[in-house]
Write a protein that binds this ligand. Structure first.
Ligand SMILES: [Zn+2]
Length: 365
């Protein structure tokens, strides 16, 4: 089956997409501020983040949407607290939506994949405001048995002047001297993300990277918690650890026995590291092609009380009835302005253009 991840296009399409989304957020921010339109009421929001770290130098950053600064995180938290949003842990969220008399609005913060910068740059902000947060760790990243293909691809293209890669049995060559050529190669390769043969796709990127002098697991080593670091950090009171599979595979494309293995083993990994069985799970990639009803049911059957997707949306009381299919709102590196967060919290972006503000991607979730 062809990948459904067709939104990754060439450089122009990429730029046009982010600009269109920003334009939409600007318009909604303006309309709600001037009370031209009324915000939709909601009872909760779960934020998605990946990297939290200071801005990096370098003009080639195809994964920039996955990285926000600690300043933006702090500004966002201050804005939300001022507006009365109440921080809760993710595991508490379904219960908070139960009481029809409760008019409180609740927010939960989640960080996917297990990046070390979550401790170094996000945690000090959460600690300052006493805000609980959940980190979804990918066991294979922590154990250095699986590379992070979108990061491998970025590092390889940043360095190489030419690459060759085997995609679907065909050797592709790319000149990657200019920034434009690097983005074109990134988008072309990412467009070929084959949901149903992800292992082969990751292996092909790893092989191409090694030929270009990049060690894929060295990137994981430099970006992701080690098991010992995670064990120590898991003692922090505000932090809950959630499971996020072993290999970060798209579960909807995997056979059922692999789904069960990935989920069970990642939960056991978190239990072993933290001493506590995880209550929560995040679906890798998390969009509608990567997680659907079979996966939502499996996660419930395997004993998780809450699971999050990257389907964009705010929470209503009805979401408590499907706690293993929770939508989230992405704090996106391209839209680091609290005005845009306010626009998202109006609920209007999800009505006018479902999916647009946080359109899922292979490297999202
Ligand atoms: Zn992830």
């Amino acid at each position: 089956m062809r990948s459904k991840y067709t939104h990754f296009g060439l450089r122009a399409r990429r730029a046009a997409k982010w600009l269109a989304i920003r334009g939409g957020l600007e318009a909604i921010a303006l309309a709600t501020t001037s009370r031209l339109v009324k915000s939709r009421s909601s009872r909760g929001v779960i934020f998605t983040m990946h990297h939290v770290r200071p801005e990096r130098a370098g003009s080639f950053s195809p994964n920039a949407h996955l990285s926000i600064t600690p300043d933006f995180l702090e500004q966002t938290i201050e804005m939300l607290l001022e507006r009365g949003w109440i921080p809760v842990s993710l595991a508490d969220m379904p219960r908070r939506l139960e009481d029809p008399e409760d008019n409180g609005r609740y927010m939960a913060f989640t960080l996917d994949d297990g990046y070390r910068d979550n401790r170094d740059h996000a945690y000090p902000v959460f600690r300052k405001y006493g805000i609980p947060f959940t980190m979804f760790v990918t066991a294979g990243f922590i154990k250095r048995t699986r590379s992070i293909w979108w990061e491998t691809l970025e590092s390889m293209l940043a360095k190489a002047r030419q690459i060759s890669i085997d995609l679907d049995g065909v050797e592709h060559r790319f000149d990657t001297v200019s920034k434009r050529e690097k983005y074109t190669a990134f988008d072309y390769i990412t467009d070929r993300f084959p949901g149903n043969d992800e292992d082969r796709f990751v292996a092909a990127i790893d092989a191409a990277a090694r030929r270009a002098g990049i060690d894929p697991l060295a990137i994981v080593e430099s970006e992701v918690f080690s098991e010992a670091e995670l064990r120590e950090f898991s003692r922090e009171g505000l932090l809950s650890l959630g499971a996020h599979t072993v290999t970060h595979v798209s579960l909807a494309h995997a056979p059922l026995d692999r789904v069960v293995d990935e989920v069970r083993q990642s939960a056991e990994f978190v239990s072993r590291v933290s001493g506590t069985r995880p209550e929560s799970f995040a679906f890798p990639y998390g969009d509608s092609s990567a997680a659907c009803s079979r996966e939502f049911d499996q996660i419930a059957d395997l004993g998780f009380s809450v699971a999050v997707t990257t389907r964009p949306g705010l929470l209503q009381p009805a979401n408590r009835l499907t706690p293993t299919a929770m939508p989230r709102v992405s704090l996106n590196g391209y839209h680091q302005n609290t005005r845009y967060v306010r626009a998202l919290l109006s609920g209007l972006p999800f009505v006018f253009a479902p999916g647009a503000p946080a359109k899922p991607s292979p490297s999202h979730g």
